[in-house]
Write a protein that binds this ligand. Structure first.
Ligand code: NAD
Length: 355
């Protein structure tokens, strides 16, 4: 099995090194091949997603991605900025299903801004559609308003759209994920106002007939935003469109209080995927050896489960991470008074020892 390893920028290479050590310690015959991406891709080949990196990503069975971005590239034209690499990979590889688990480990409840009893044991999976919606809908632009009370004034406009096959595709992914968990799926939309959402809801109801064991419910996005902070443990799997998912997945991430702990996956229709921590390249702490490698290590576990068919090895990694937390190992971002504050390498070594 071939894994494309794309460390990227900032803390990317530091956290990736620990995830690679963990993968190598599993005793499996993985072929790991590294390539530059983001700012590193620009430095090496003049483009954030060099041809050779894209080729490797296409050939590989799965992609493990660190993070991209650094302030020093902010002045480059948009097409050459590091963040374009991730958008390019999503587009070229047709990665349409984004999985963002939000898990609150009991040992880390103090890191959440919510009361411990509300978040302790929290385990939600947000499934966000990545390729459609208002982010990509045409037409869009800035023009002179053709009519209305502000006729003639400059106006910006975007188009929210979803086709039925697009909604069916993400619905199947979400139902299949719910089947493997608590069998509760909440579809989030704004069907009281938006035509796109009505089609979304009708399609979800139709697809639900194929998954009789999964309990489907619907929630308007404004209510979902409230329920996520009021009673987050009531959710199991949440499925939603690109824009609502963008916002709700960040809200859910913050319930756990520790961005350095959260993995993510973006999958295509064959479950090939790109796996990456939910956080960015953290240029403020890059090179200091203090970044939390656990989100990347947990992303590797997701990769084993969803793309490489190695659920047992994924369980081993996730158990090892729980064990190091129980043992009190903490990087700065999840530091607690009674824990041992360690650096990136020590945290990686603790996971290896627990494995
Ligand atoms: P960020 O996630 O990089 O950092 C936010 C804060 O969280 C910082 O204080 C950082 O030190 C901390 N942090 C993040 N990950 C951590 C870890 N593993 N351990 C400990 N602390 C951690 O977000 P930002 O500062 O807004 O963005 C920095 C750069 O990352 C920008 O160039 C941005 O475009 C890019 N970015 C990339 C991705 C990606 O690669 N998918 C995602 C988001 C942001």
């Amino acid at each position: 099995m071939k894994i494309a390893v794309l460390p990227g920028d900032g803390i990317g290479p530091e956290i990736m090194a620990e995830a690679v050590n963990v993968l190598n310690a599993l005793g499996e015959k993985f072929e790991l091949e590294e390539a530059p991406v983001g700012g590193a891709g620009y430095e090496a080949h003049g483009h954030p997603l060099p041809e050779s990196t894209l080729k490797l990503a296409k050939e590989a069975d799965a992609i493990l991605f660190g993070a991209v971005g650094d302030w020093k590239y902010d002045k480059l034209e948009r097409a050459l900025r590091p963040e374009q690499a991730i958008l390019g990979l999503r587009k070229h590889l047709q990665l349409f299903a984004n999985f963002r688990p939000a898990i609150c480990y009991p040992q880390l409840t103090a890191a959440s801004s919510l009361k411990p009893e509300i978040v302790s044991g929290l385990d939600i999976l947000i499934v966000r559609e990545l390729n459609g919606d208002i982010y990509f809908g045409q037409p869009r632009g800035v023009r002179q308003a053709p009519d209305g009370p502000f006729e003639g004034a400059r106006e910006g406009f975007d188009t929210m759209r979803y086709s039925e096959p697009e909604v069916r595709r993400i619905a199947h992914v979400a139902f299949a994920a719910a089947q493997k968990r608590q069998k509760k799926l909440t579809s989030v939309d704004k069907a009281n106002v938006l035509e796109t959402s009505q089609l979304w809801r009708d399609t979800m109801i139709d697809v639900a007939k194929e998954y009789p064991e999964v309990e489907l419910s619907h929630m308007y996005v404004d209510n979902a935003a409230m329920q996520l902070v009021k009673a987050p443990k009531a959710f199991d799997v949440v499925v939603t469109g690109n824009m609502f998912g963008d916002i709700l997945s960040d809200e859910a991430a913050m319930l756990t209080g520790s961005i350095g702990m959260l993995p993510s996956a973006s999958l295509d229709k064959n479950n090939k995927g790109l796996y990456e921590p939910s956080h960015g390249s953290a240029p403020d702490i890059a090179g200091k050896g203090v970044a939390n490698p656990l989100a990347t290590i947990l992303s590797a576990a997701m990769m084993l489960r969803y793309s490489l068919g190695k659920a047992e090895q994924a369980d081993r990694i996730e158990s090892a991470v729980k064990k190091v937390l129980e043992q009190g190992f903490r990087t700065g971002d999840i530091a607690t008074q009674d824990g041992k504050t360690v650096g990136t390498k020590e945290m990686g070594a603790a996971v290896l020892a627990a494995l």
